[in-house]
Design a protein around this ligand. Structure first.
Ligand code: HEM
Ligand code: HEM
Length: 176
């Protein structure tokens, strides 16, 4: 029987840090939208919210599939709370853009992220679809922000408290 892994692999790290950067961008667009509505900054940044969100949806699906395949090769969870926290992050990474895309479809408006005609658009509206996004997208989006703050806080806490240095697992020199 092999010894348990001590570090996350390259592809896991690539997805983790790449998506962390895209999430940071996503929340910056939201910040400008909420704090400086209709400003030039808001208009410039908000133009990227849906496209970046659609990219995050795609990456979240790839990441979830990869996590399931890669699970036996990952370092063991530090405790049950960490497992629950990571599961919640996955749930939100999928459901937030999913409800937004459902709303986008239901609005009947065309949507072509990166020029790819994902939704051709149609006359009228599908009300339950726009309602689902209207109720849940922002609510879950803010919940994710709170969880991310907690997640980063816990990573720092584990490092400082001298128990398992989880940051080393995700950012340390040994990859593979
Ligand atoms: C994981 C990706 C995403 C995150 C974290 C995210 C997060 C958020 C947050 C926090 C808000 C602010 C809500 C408020 O003002 O209280 C928001 C608004 C909005 N988002 Fe996203 N979003 C994502 C993806 C998307 C996608 C894919 C679309 C569309 C295709 C989209 C469309 C919108 C729209 C139209 C609004 C303004 C209306 C509303 O508040 O619901 N978002 N988003
Ligand atoms: C500066 C920002 C971040 C830091 C310092 C950070 C740190 C870490 C660390 C140290 C781990 C390993 C935890 C362990 O093994 O118990 C980890 C794993 C994880 N992080 Fe982050 N993280 C950040 C941002 C994010 C963001 C924005 C998300 C998602 C919205 C996220 C989602 C996850 C998930 C799901 C895992 C489990 C491993 C995986 O499947 O990728 N992290 N993070």
């Amino acid at each position: 029987m092999n010894a348990p892994a001590t570090h996350y692999g390259r592809f896991t790290r690539f997805l983790h840090w790449g998506m962390a950067a895209l999430f940071a961008w996503q929340f910056i667009t939201v910040g400008a939208h909420v704090l400086a509505p209709d400003s030039a900054l808001d208009e410039a940044l908000w133009a990227t919210h849906k496209v970046n969100g659609a990219l995050l949806m795609l990456l979240a699906i790839v990441r979830l599939a990869w996590a399931l395949l890669d699970l036996p090769r990952r370092p063991p969870a530090v405790n049950a709370v960490a497992t629950l926290g990571h599961l919640s992050l996955y749930l939100l990474m999928i459901s937030i853009p999913a409800v937004a895309l459902i709303r986008q479809y239901g609005s009947g408006r065309a949507f072509a992220p990166f020029g790819i005609p994902l939704m051709p658009g149609f006359e009228g509206e599908i009300e339950w679809m726009t309602a689902v996004g209207g109720i849940f997208h922002g609510l879950l989006g803010w919940t994710l922000l709170v969880l991310i703050v907690g997640h980063v806080g816990m990573a720092i806490w584990h490092r400082r408290s001298g128990d398992e240095d989880v940051l080393e697992r995700m950012a340390g020199r040994r990859s593979g």
